[in-house]
Design a protein around this ligand. Structure first.
Ligand SMILES: *[C@@H]1O[C@H](CO)[C@@H](O)[C@H](O)[C@H]1NC(C)=O
Length: 343
């Protein structure tokens, strides 16, 4: 009759002794091993942890950390892309500042810096709505001009290739080279509406008056990302150095990219990229544009020749810095896609 009682007692005593290996006693490793052997799950957990750490190391080995590594990775990805479609999608995702200029209403003149500036929030919403209506009208006009079948088929294919097929909106793009690092970036605005972003900006500005000359608000200088349906689709963006004298390109290597295909007689063709680095000397915008236009000489099916748009970084003679604004880049639906920058 005494044995069952003894067994119960042993069972009751075990848990406190086996879980006390965390204390600083000397036989801790032995106790741990004994516990592990008995439980069985601990070696499994140890093995899983080792495997996971190896997997994590492998996954992060190729993750670039500096902007040079990021540029190198982009170039490798671009060169090694198995198909042109893959290359285009790389450009779409990583074309940096290239898409940041705003074609405004209709056709813009070369080197014209006309921006949409607005303080009144309701006007921003209205402007976005009006722009969408204008884009729809333009698409309708093109459809009428080129025939429903041709236009609809081509545009549908292009859009599903270039943009998320589900949303019909361009994928989120990001600048690959960290730029304007000395200026404030409103990171919290990414993914918000223009109205929400204005609130975020004003709250930050009011909380840090010393950084913003005691201003209580910043104007939102809104630019929509470039889309194939924009009127200015046929322009290649030549991003220059600050002085505006030499073409640096979006990766500062003198190479100029164009994100879409060039359609002549219903045949879409990949064009570019063009190397405007002439043996270590970056070409002037005019030289670079000549090189590009000599390469693509055909008029496309919408009646346009390939043209150039010279974009200076903020701070250049034609793109002066301003103390009273934040540059906000939105997608076609009016959502902020990059951290707005105060400059
Ligand atoms: C901002 O306001 C403070 C306090 O009123 C003042 O001392 C400072 O000179 C102002 N700065 C500017 C740039 O106006």
């Amino acid at each position: 009759m005494g044995r069952p009682t003894a067994r119960v007692d042993r069972r009751r005593r075990r848990p406190p002794s086996s879980t006390s290996f965390g204390s600083a006693s000397n036989d801790c490793p032995a106790k741990f091993t004994a516990y592990a052997r008995r439980v069985g799950a601990v070696p499994l957990i140890v093995a899983t942890t080792c495997l996971l750490s190896i997997l994590i190391q492998v996954a992060f080995r190729n993750t670039p950390h500096t902007s040079e590594e990021m540029i190198q990775k982009f170039h490798n990805d671009y060169v090694n892309a198995r198909s042109m479609k893959q290359r285009r999608s790389l450009l779409q995702v990583r074309d940096g500042e290239q898409d940041a200029f705003d074609p405004e209403n209709g056709v813009i003149s070369e080197n014209l810096w006309r921006r949409q500036l607005s303080v009144v929030r309701t006007e921003n919403t209205l402007a976005v709505k009006r722009k969408e209506e204008r884009m729809k009208l333009r698409a309708d006009e093109r459809r009428a001009r080129f025939g429903e079948k041709h236009w609809a088929g081509r545009i549908t294919k292009e859009l599903s290739d270039e943009f998320g097929a589900d949303s019909g909106r361009p994928m989120k793009r990001m600048a690959i080279i960290p730029r304007y690092t000395d200026k404030h970036h409103f990171e919290d605005c990414v993914g918000t509406t223009i109205e929400e972003c204005q609130v975020i900006i004003d709250a930050y500005v009011q909380a840090h008056p010393e950084d913003f000359n005691n201003q209580t608000t910043l104007l939102m200088d809104i630019r929509k990302v470039r889309e194939l349906t924009d009127e200015s689709y046929y322009k290649v963006v030549l991003r220059t150095n600050i002085a505006g004298t030499h073409v640096y390109g979006i990766f500062d290597d003198g190479v100029v990219h164009y994100p879409w295909q060039w359609v002549v007689n219903n045949v879409p063709t990949e064009i570019g990229p063009w190397d405007c680095d002439d043996g270590g000397n970056m070409m002037s915008p005019a030289e670079c544009c000549t090189l590009i236009q000599n390469d693509v000489t055909s008029m496309d099916d919408q009646g346009n020749f390939l043209a150039c748009f010279v974009e200076e970084p903020v701070g250049g003679p034609n793109n002066p810095e301003r103390q009273d604004r934040a540059i906000v880049v939105t997608d076609g639906a009016g959502k902020v896609v990059r951290a707005p920058i105060a400059h």
